[in-house]
Structure formats: structure tokens, C-alpha cells
Design a protein around this ligand. Structure first.
Ligand SMILES: Nc1ncnc2c1ncn2[C@@H]1O[C@H](COP(=O)(O)OP(=O)(O)OP(=O)(O)O)[C@@H](O)[C@H]1O
Ligand code: NI
Length: 277
């Protein structure tokens, strides 16, 4: 890999409560290259969101980063002064978090919400910002006329796309998505992910995509990390994870995917399954 866009090295995050210290992220290494979609899969509570928040230095007590480094190009994220952090979080790295569709303000028209974000984080004039908002709506395949609507007039899938459009309007190099589509039905989920994929080809950005849905990840990500109890057990290309898993836990997760033979081949460790097909 050339110099990665983001490089996490030996990162540990502890939740410190009363006498208790709980290590939620345990010496994690993770690189993300330019234009790469990296997935993190693992059961609930394994530390995915904690990791995502700390990448942006957004973790708050009782969470503490106790060791490790996060580099974004040549910048050490954990050493960024507060003033630069805001720019980093919006202009360099965008975030779409769990049930982001509810993060739109319900009583503010969508165009206003675009304008507020663009005004706060760019030097665009009002006209240029509106033009950018229209471009972004087209990009995510929503009629520009919807800009005059309130969020409640849009479906959940549409709202989710709009949140993504607002995030993309700042042209971040990396987008962190933590269960961005979990609240949506499966068809809409896949549509949106397909769209992110296409947008990535056109605009060029990297994605850190977090979900417990390994099946979804196998369709969508270039590389996948399997996480358990704060550690990344195994990291590999989509093909490696699907066909050459190295870890028994990865096998368990793959085994739990319904209709997994639809992926084309069964994976090698499962001899009985192969025999059955
Ligand atoms: N404020 C907190 N205080 C103490 N422990 C916490 C706190 N927040 C999270 N944890 C613990 O840290 C661990 C990691 O939580 P995290 O939310 O990162 O997991 P996750 O992989 O994102 O799970 P999910 O898939 O359910 O979103 C969990 O075991 C959780 O109980
Ligand atoms: Ni989470």
C-alpha cells in the first residue's frame, strides 16, 4: 500500500468507570487507502462504534484513548488542536452514524440544512452553496425540488440519502459510516450502498463501513476486518474473508449468513456444506 490515507496503530480505548476499567478497543491496527472501502464487522459490543468515534477524536469520558496513534496523511489526529479538529471532522472526514436519517432537523427545510453546513465549513457564497446542494441531490438521485421540503415529507431512505448528500457536499476524503442503513429495509439498504459505491467511483473517497451484517459487507467492501472483544482478529480482502478465512470466529460469522451459497462458492473449511451442494 502507498502511504495510507488513514493509519491507526496500536489503538486502545478504555471505558473507565468507578474502580473498573473496560478495554473496548484493544491494540487495533487498521489502514485505509485512498479510494478504498474498508469494512469492520463483528458482534454487538465488540467495539466498532468506540473505534469509529475515537478515529475522529470524538470519544468522551468515560472513554479514554490509552495508547496508540491515528495518522491521517501526515497529521497526527490525536495531537490536533481543537480549532483544527472541527475542520478535520467535516472537511476531511465525514460521518454518517447509526440512524443518521433522524439527524436532520425535522422543522428546518432541507435546503436550509445544506446551507447551514456549507456556510459553517466552506467559503462558498449562498448561490454557490445552493448550486452545490442541487448537485448533491442529483448525485444521490433525489429530485432537486425536494430541497424545499421538510425532512418529515421524505421517506426514511430518502432522508438517509440526504444526510449522505450533505456529508458529501463538503467533499471529504474519508467517510465513516457506522451502521448507516440498519434502520432501513433490505432493498433500500442495498440501493443506498450501491449508490455510495457508484459515487465513490465518480468522486473518489474512502469509506470505513461498520456493520454487524457481514453479508452486506461482503458485497460492498474491498477489505474487511473481523472484530471481536476489541480486537481485529483478521483482516483481508473480501475474497480472502469469504473463501480463505483464517480465524474460527470468521467462519462462525460466515456460517451464520443465511443463503450464503448465493455468494457463488462455499468456503473451504466447511467440508460438509460443500459435500451437500
Ligand atoms: N459509556 C460506556 N461506559 C462503559 N462501557 C461502555 C460505554 N459505552 C460502550 N461501552 C462498552 O464498550 C464496548 C464496545 O461498545 P461499542 O458501542 O463500541 O460496540 P459496537 O461494536 O459498536 O456494538 P453495536 O454493534 O451494538 O453498535 C461494549 O462492551 C460496551 O458495553
Ligand atoms: Ni455500534
Amino acid at each position: 500500500m502507498n502511504q495510507p490515507l488513514l493509519s491507526i496503530q496500536g489503538l486502545s480505548v478504555d471505558y473507565v468507570t468507578n474502580q473498573d476499567v473496560f478495554r473496548a478497543v484493544d491494540k487495533v491496527d487498521l489502514d485505509i487507502a485512498d479510494n478504498e472501502i474498508v469494512g469492520l464487522a463483528g458482534e454487538s459490543g465488540c467495539g466498532k462504534s468506540t473505534l469509529a468515534y475515537s478515529v475522529l477524536n470524538l470519544h468522551r469520558p468515560p472513554a479514554f484513548i490509552t495508547q496508540g496513534q491515528i495518522r491521517y496523511r501526515d497529521t497526527s489526529v490525536l495531537d490536533l488542536p481543537t480549532a483544527s479538529l472541527d475542520r478535520f471532522r467535516w472537511n476531511e472526514v465525514g460521518m454518517v452514524f447509526q440512524s443518521a436519517m433522524n439527524s436532520l432537523n425535522p422543522v428546518v427545510r432541507i435546503d436550509r440544512q445544506f446551507l447551514d453546513v456549507l456556510h459553517a465549513h466552506t467559503d462558498l457564497t449562498r448561490e454557490a452553496a445552493l448550486a452545490r446542494a442541487e448537485d448533491m441531490m442529483r448525485l444521490v438521485d433525489i429530485p432537486v425540488s425536494r430541497l424545499r421540503d421538510y425532512p418529515h415529507q421524505c421517506s426514511g431512505g430518502m432522508r438517509q440519502r440526504i444526510v449522505m448528500a450533505i456529508c458529501l457536499a463538503l467533499e471529504p476524503r474519508l467517510i465513516i459510516m457506522d451502521e448507516p442503513t440498519t434502520a432501513l429495509d433490505v432493498v433500500v439498504q442495498r440501493e443506498i450502498l450501491q449508490q455510495i459505491h457508484e459515487l465513490k467511483q465518480r468522486l473518489g473517497f474512502s469509506v470505513l463501513f461498520i456493520t454487524h451484517d457481514l453479508a452486506l459487507m461482503l458485497q460492498f467492501c474491498d477489505r474487511i476486518g473481523i472484530m471481536r472483544q476489541g480486537r481485529i482478529l483478521e483482516m483481508g480482502s473480501r475474497d480472502d474473508i469469504l473463501h480463505r478465512p483464517q480465524n474460527a470466529y470468521t467462519c462462525q460469522l460466515l456460517d451464520a449468513i443465511p443463503g450464503r451459497h448465493l455468494f457463488g462458492r462455499t468456503w473451504q473449511w466447511n467440508q460438509t456444506e460443500e459435500a451437500a451442494l
